[in-house]
Design a binder for this molecule. Structure first.
Ligand SMILES: Cc1ncc(COP(=O)(O)O)c(C=O)c1O
Length: 340
């Protein structure tokens, strides 16, 4: 029997409208490496969402987007301040350190979010030739724990970054889910956070593959054509990534997909919170749910469902919804939890 997916929005397939766009882009030859009309149109759509001055570059994957963004913001003697469990720290195999050569300075996070107080502790020995120089704050929106920075929280981080000459990078692998959660648009979030460089996710929100690195601080984009190539993120048949973004950014598909995933997460969280031996460990604000449950139940559920055991010691699991999660799958999961 095929297992039902609550493991990741990466397990989800490709949204039919995105697949259709890939097929439609497959009409004869087109200029390679982004010189084609589809890429131009997709970049234009990004500018409509994020401002006419935004500089947009398509890349292959989220790790490539994050690391390349860091390369554009920091020298190897500079450092990136991020949450102790940020994707760039725990799930990118040290790529930032290897490729950008930058040290990551870790800050404790509550429900995945870092604060000015935490960042301040890492802002040490500025101007001291013996010490790495903090240059970038990197935050994830939504966070690795499925929480979402409020606009006020973002504004506070932005003001701090500006006051201390730090750039702000946003890992927006799930920015669409954050926008849906905050009921606002992409530009409002980016402006609140004073984002210099954004990694914008497509893969988790219905695309087959592809992410965008968007510079809201155009000065930082100066060398990015070369950085992208050196980092092996320049796709020769780029039109097939651009076409996917075109589909995603048309007719609010990005928003509707994210809204759906978030709504499914709310539904699942609500049902699980009524089961007395299940405890939800982080606020559910986007499309991820973290919960503790008895180990025996986890083992039983894993025979029918894909999901990750997040912390074995705590018996904590991560359940993730996506654009194609359906209510019947959630009801079946909840029913299996109740039966135990
Ligand atoms: C917060 C976050 N950033 C970035 C990524 C992108 O990673 P990948 O390189 O697998 O596309 C992920 C994927 O899980 C993620 O969760």
């Amino acid at each position: 029997m095929k297992k039902i997916n609550f493991a990741s929005d990466n397990y989800a397939g490709v949204h039919p409208e995105v697949m259709q766009a890939i097929l439609a882009a497959n009409e004869g030859p087109a200029v390679a490496y982004g010189g084609d009309a589809i890429t131009e149109a997709a970049i234009h759509q990004f500018k409509q969402h994020l401002g006419a001055d935004a500089e947009v570059f398509f890349v292959l994957n989220g790790t490539g987007a994050n690391v390349s963004a860091i390369c554009a913001m920091a020298h190897s003697y500079e450092a990136v301040i991020c949450a102790e469990k940020a994707h760039i720290q725990v799930d990118e195999c040290g790529a930032a350190e290897k490729i950008a050569g930058c040290k990551l300075l870790l800050v404790p996070a509550t429900h995945g979010k870092i604060t000015v107080e935490g960042i301040r502790t890492q802002l040490q020995r500025i101007g001291d030739q013996h010490h790495v120089q903090a240059r970038v704050i990197s935050i994830s929106q939504s966070t690795e724990y499925g929480t979402v920075y409020t606009l006020d929280e973002l504004r506070e981080l932005a003001a701090f970054a500006k006051a201390h000459g730090l750039y702000l990078h946003m890992d927006g692998a799930r920015l669409a889910n954050a926008a849906a959660s905050l009921q606002t648009d992409l530009k409002t979030i980016a402006e609140a956070a004073g984002v210099d460089v954004l990694s914008f996710g497509g893969t988790k929100n219905g695309m087959m593959m592809g992410e965008a690195v968007v510079f809201l601080n155009p000065l930082l984009a100066k060398s990015f054509l070369y950085i992208r190539k050196q980092n092996m993120q320049l796709v020769s048949k780029m039109r097939f990534i651009s076409a996917q973004f075109q589909a995603l950014l048309s007719n609010d598909l990005w928003l509707n997909n994210a809204r759906h995933a978030n709504a499914m997460a709310q539904h699942l969280a609500q049902a699980l919170s009524e089961i007395k031996f299940i405890h939800i460990t982080h606020p559910v604000e986007a499309n991820a749910i973290f919960a503790t449950m008895p180990t025996a139940l986890i083992e039983k559920l894993q025979t029918r469902y894909h999901f990750h055991v997040w912390d074995e010691g705590l018996s904590e699991v991560r359940l993730m919804t996506s654009f194609d999660t359906c209510i019947e799958e959630i009801d079946a999961f909840v029913q299996d939890c109740v039966i135990g």
